[in-house]
Design a protein around this ligand. Structure first.
Ligand code: NAP
Length: 331
């Protein structure tokens, strides 16, 4: 395993982290625990979840993912950096989501209970909530850290200008500062290289991207003319299936994957390994959140840690996917 400093904190964390969004819906508890075991055996010490996982139309499932992780963490809590998020829908009341003081103070209690822990290492805003003043969320998060319920705070899915404003308010008000950002990032979606990564570099924020395989597309397992019946891109996945189709299921993306496959085959490594290795080769990326719905999925992605890209190969992949960095590729 490789380790990296977590932004401006004193923490060192594994450069591969484990995402858990499949746990409790697509992946049952036994398989989820096996996935956690495999990641831990490989040296992963960073686990990411969210109170609203597993996400979907069915609110009766929310919280299950944290419960599954909580049961696995028993007896080994201190060996892992546990990150969760608040802001996604947790109930039917109008305040059961978002980043209001009321919701955040309630949400942290729920996460602590489900995770079976008395502290969260990294507490993240799952989304930017423009309806709540930034100062209100920042003050609530400050209280959460000062009361010992969380050790660090971060954001996910924030635009660079909003994060810059939020940090400015935290500094002005002398509140606990965000230390990390969790954006979507992969070979087919490089928008963050334009503004968010430079901001993170300047402010020494940890960057922990999600969706490194574009929901599985960057394994090369899909064909443009065959819509899958199960998994991330399927109709069975409801609104998220439709969302992933809209994001990635296009001629241009499949053409790029064809070219990336040729490169991977030429090097004799699986495309999934190459896609993760490309992210690891970027020193501005702190830790990559791997996703898996089956234990065997981790074989190719964990292998990236031993597949350092040379400068030539990194440059070749950068060039092949340059158009996903520009504004015209943003969906
Ligand atoms: N902050 C946010 O808004 C946000 C959003 C999304 C995710 N996340 C976090 O980031 C984590 C990872 O994101 P992600 O799940 O989108 O990552 P991803 O790597 O883009 O997609 C993971 C999916 O790809 C497929 N897959 C992975 N490895 C494979 C392999 N070797 N062979 C074949 N298929 C494979 C599986 O889906 P199928 O089984 O369906 O094919 C798996 O669930 C999540 O678990 C979550 O913790 C955060």
């Amino acid at each position: 395993m490789q380790f990296a400093r977590f932004g401006r904190t004193g923490l060192s964390i594994s450069r591969l982290g484990l995402g858990t969004a499949t746990f409790g819906k697509q992946t049952d508890e036994a398989a989820s625990h096996r996935i956690l075991d495999i990641a831990a055996e490989a040296g992963v010490n960073f686990i990411d979840t969210a109170d609203a996982y597993p996400m979907g139309a069915d609110l009766s499932l929310v919280g299950r993912t944290e419960e599954i992780i909580g049961r696995w963490l028993k007896g080994k809590r201190d060996r892992f950096l546990v990150a969760t998020k608040a802001g996604g829908p947790m109930g039917v009341s109008s305040w059961d989501q978002g980043a209001s003081r009321k919701h955040l103070l309630d949400a942290v209690e729920g996460s602590l209970r489900r995770l079976g822990t008395d502290y969260i290492d990294l507490y993240q805003l799952h989304i930017d909530d423009p309806a709540t003043p930034l100062d209100e969320s920042a003050e609530a998060l400050d209280l959460i850290v000062r009361s010992g319920k969380a050790r660090y705070v971060g954001v996910s899915n924030f635009l660079a200008y909003r994060l810059a404003r939020a940090i400015g308010r935290q500094d002005t008000l002398r509140l606990v500062r965000f230390v990390s950002v969790q954006p979507r990032y992969n070979l087919l979606f490089r928008e963050i290289e334009r503004e968010l990564l430079p901001l993170a570099h300047e402010e020494d924020l940890a960057v922990v991207p999600f969706n490194p395989l574009a929901g599985g597309l960057l394994t090369g397992k899909y064909r443009r003319d065959r819509t899958p019946e199960v998994g991330r891109f399927s109709a069975e996945n409801g609104q998220f299936g439709a969302l992933y189709q809209a994001r990635y299921w296009h001629d241009r993306e499949f053409e790029t994957i064809g070219k990336l496959q040729e490169v991977a085959q030429g090097r004799g490594i699986p495309l999934a390994t190459l896609a993760i290795a490309w992210m690891l080769a970027n020193p501005r990326i702190t830790s990559i959140l791997l996703g898996a719905s089956r234990p065997e999925h981790l074989t190719d992605t964990l292998a990236a840690i031993d597949s350092a890209l040379g400068a030539d190969l990194k440059a070749q992949l950068d060039d092949l996917t340059m158009h996903y960095r520009r504004g015209d590729a943003v969906r």
